[in-house]
Design a protein around this ligand. Structure first.
Ligand code: ACM
Length: 780
């Protein structure tokens, strides 16, 4: 009877929330129950010691954390503490290897799980504490049961384009641990620097880890900084970092790139090239520092033709390198790159052509496959497995390889169909080098990847059913998990690394940890302010772009002007705007502004006391006869560069910075642009222009031709001119492709811009379809 009374009392007090208003755990746990009341965590609380190593480590971690951050000193007791206490209970048979439970009552806190689970329990526990140093630590009374959705939860860091010292690499590993990630993909070799000491080949460090300078700004750059850049990790440092990560249940996967991205290795050992006597090619238009004679470490970004030659000398070198790498990294997986390997030098090389014949290979793709399969055999013979970027599918996949799908999801889908494991890292969702805001505040590689898009990523591609994707335990069978990549061409320092990963990494943590059914964007948004405070508390920088003013430009109701709409997620302030940069008069924004003439407007989120919450955003509007008019596109742009649909082409906004406002560009991958505009009434037309982007480094090419057509009725169109912007790579530098007319009168205008086609050899992305990027159509 007594038990029944206690049980019913408990039921009355228990309030089981899926979402609670003040508990903000990211990633969201599998199950979280909350009761009224709190547990006071102060110096009177004891914590139990434990014989088991995992529990002991966690005990030290937790006591150290509480002391360092809050000055709370717990006293350590025997295994069975009395009174108000924290009890750490290691259970190696816990039902999930990475799972844990937390129970907090008025009198005690229990953390339960395997050693790894307990580690994650502490990460969750930390999120129950306030992000301020002073004040009482009142913990909510909760019960949590938690375990991850995916076994592979990864973050990548490129230390080649810019070097980061071990202290920061450790901090990065701490960030991974805090978000319950368990794999760190360390990108250690590339064209711009070799970063790992290999005892047998010391020139990899004395020559390969240094470059004489770096381009300034976005590729191809406005010059060269003429400042040497270098750095490498000694084997002792690597061992230290590997141990540091292992203590945090993080496996480090080293990446040794081959057969492409090999310039730094070739600079050290020219015989690894098919053409050892040829000097390194400096990309057109890129400024260079120092000598261009002989083999050089690259100073700019992109893809380079001088790759590893598949000779016995190269294989011996790579096997020796891999021997040292495999001895340093206990990881089962060794990443061997495999991406972006141009086939130019193999095509020119009599040795490679002979090898293709001898081995009965189809072509140079077959040779790439031969290369990767040979390395795979070697790695397998040492009891390890290879991971490679999705280009390793070309010419035939190595039998035991795990594929990292980065060029969207299609490589991953193809590999799954061949029965391979995949790790999803699609550039469209998890390339954290892409911009997170539309009004960019520093140079990035381009693209627009806001927080919400990361959050809504689903690693099991929708073409597979849950049954096809999962084993009988409900675990993904082929999709091991997902990973975000951080390429550092435009990330030169630790503060910017933090800025680029936070808070997007927290969104990704829910993608890879939280059960699909419990993922909830609105609940995540509720928790985000608490997470940002945690980043501040740990002294990390982060992006506030989630709170940026969002501006959109729409057609006016009569198609004779534009409407500028402003919104903010931050409800603390109100939006103000100004007309023109030199105008001091500010206006309160209450509804969308109708804009009908050229001008520049600024807006910001202001507090009552006239201080600003947000940065100012500025928008220039430039009107022409097509601005705000009805427009239709025959084919939609690609999903990752949709702009705001066809209207983007007539919205009066001409982007001023290459890729920075990438939401202003419509991107067509391998496809043509075919747009028709209704000017509303017949008009005299003196000139028509199409704004396009030329950025070969990002696979973006001007169209091969642009045809201008007109019509009086919108049905029968007459071709007025075809412009060929350039041939054989001799593109003009200007962005606008335009044509002047005399005596032309029309109501409808059609513009057909033909895609460039396949990217030529020797260029980044060669052999794949080119992007066509268009911004504005201007009619005068
Ligand atoms: C890659 O981004 N080239 C894998």
């Amino acid at each position: 009877m007594k038990n029944i009374i206690i049980l019913s009392l408990l039921l009355i007090c228990t309030n089981t929330f899926g979402q609670t208003t003040d508990i903000a755990i990211i990633p969201e746990p599998v199950s979280l129950k909350v009761q009224k009341g709190s547990f006071l965590l102060d110096n009177n609380v004891t914590i139990n010691d434990n014989d088991l190593e995992g529990a002991k480590n966690v005990m030290h971690m937790l006591t150290g954390y509480l002391d360092a951050n809050y000055g709370v000193k717990l006293s350590i007791t025997g295994p069975h503490p009395n009174g108000r206490s924290i009890r750490i209970e290691q259970d190696n048979q816990f039902n999930q290897k990475e799972g844990y439970g937390i129970t907090i009552t008025h009198d005690f806190v229990v953390l339960k799980g395997t050693a790894q689970g307990l580690f994650y329990a502490v990460q969750t526990f930390i999120q129950l504490l306030p992000s301020v140093k002073n004040g009482a630590l009142n913990l909510p009374l909760i019960s949590i049961n938690d375990y991850p959705r995916f076994g592979y939860r990864g973050m990548h860091l490129d230390v080649c384009r810019h070097f980061f010292p071990t202290e920061f690499v450790k901090k990065y590993i701490d960030y991974l641990a805090f978000h319950k990630f368990n794999y760190f993909h360390w990108h250690l070799t590339d064209d711009q620097g070799w970063r790992i000491e290999i005892k047998k080949y010391e020139k990899l460090i004395t020559i390969g880890s240094k470059r004489n300078g770096t381009i300034i700004g976005r590729y191809p750059g406005t010059g060269n900084d003429n400042t040497p850049h270098g750095g490498f990790y000694t084997q002792d440092e690597i061992r230290d970092v590997v141990k540091y990560a292992a203590d945090r249940f993080i496996t480090i996967i080293p990446e040794i790139e081959m057969p492409g991205h090999a310039s730094a290795a070739i600079a050290a050992y020219p015989d690894l090239s098919c053409f050892p006597d040829e000097s390194t090619q400096v990309p057109k238009g890129a400024a260079w520092s120092g000598s261009t004679t002989g083999k050089q470490v690259q100073q700019t970004w992109g893809v380079f033709e001088d790759v590893f030659c598949p000779t016995e000398n190269t294989f011996t070198f790579l096997e020796n390198v891999l021997d040292e790498v495999m001895a340093l990294f206990p990881s089962k997986y060794i990443h061997i790159g495999g991406d972006e390997c141009p086939k130019e030098s193999w095509k020119r090389s009599p040795f490679c052509q002979q090898l293709i014949k001898e081995k009965g290979l189809k072509d140079e793709n077959g040779l790439q496959s031969y290369f990767i399969q040979r390395i795979e055999k070697y790695v397998n013979s040492k009891g390890k497995s290879i991971v490679g970027w999705d280009e390793i599918l070309e010419g035939g996949l190595a039998p035991n390889a795990t594929v990292m799908s980065w060029r969207g999801e299609k490589g991953g889908i193809a590999a799954i169909k061949e029965g391979h494991h995949v790790i999803m890292t699609p550039d469209t969702y998890v390339y954290f080098d892409h911009s997170q805001n539309k009004h960019e505040d520093s140079v990035t590689i381009g693209g627009y990847l806001p927080l919400e898009k990361v959050y809504n990523y689903e690693p099991v591609p929708p073409v597979f059913t849950e049954a096809q994707a999962s084993d009988s335990m409900g675990k993904a069978k082929f999709v091991l998990g997902a990973q975000a990549n951080l390429w550092t061409e435009y990330i030169t320092n630790p503060r910017k690394v933090e800025y680029m990963i936070f808070p997007r990494m927290s969104a990704l943590s829910e993608v890879v940890w939280t059960p699909k059914a419990k993922k909830d964007w609105s609940n995540y948004q509720r928790k985000l302010p608490a997470m940002l405070k945690r980043y501040e508390f740990m002294g990390a920088s982060y992006s506030k772009s989630y709170y940026d003013l969002q501006s959109s430009v729409l057609p006016s109701a009569d198609f004779n002007g534009l409407v500028w709409k402003l919104e903010s997620k931050n409800k603390e302030g109100h939006i103000i705007y100004v007309k023109g940069r030199s105008n001091n008069a500010t206006f309160n924004y209450s509804k969308s502004l109708v804009i009908s003439a050229n001008g520049e407007y600024g807006a910001a989120l202001s507090r009552k006391d006239h201080t600003f919450i947000s940065n100012w955003i500025w928008q220039k509007f430039a009107f022409n006869k097509a601005t705000g008019k009805k427009i239709i596109l025959k084919d939609k742009p690609a999903d990752n560069y949709p702009g705001s649909g066809a209207f983007t082409l007539v919205n009066g906004i001409v982007t001023t910075e290459k890729l920075s406002q990438s939401s202003e560009w419509l991107g067509f991958l391998g496809k043509d642009l075919d747009a028709t505009i209704d000017l509303g009434k017949p008009q005299a037309i003196r000139k028509i222009a199409l704004d396009v982007l030329r950025q070969e480094g990002s696979w973006i090419y001007p169209p091969s031709s642009v045809e201008f057509l007109t019509s009086a009725d919108g049905r029968t169109f007459k071709s007025q001119a075809i412009v060929h912007p350039g041939t054989n790579g001799n593109w003009p530098n200007e962005r606008k492709i335009e044509k002047e007319f005399s005596n032309l009168n029309a109501r409808y205008i059609q513009i057909i811009a033909k895609n460039y086609g396949i990217i030529p050899s020797g260029q980044p992305g060669s052999g794949t379809p080119a992007w066509l990027f268009a911004d504005e159509i201007e009619v005068e």
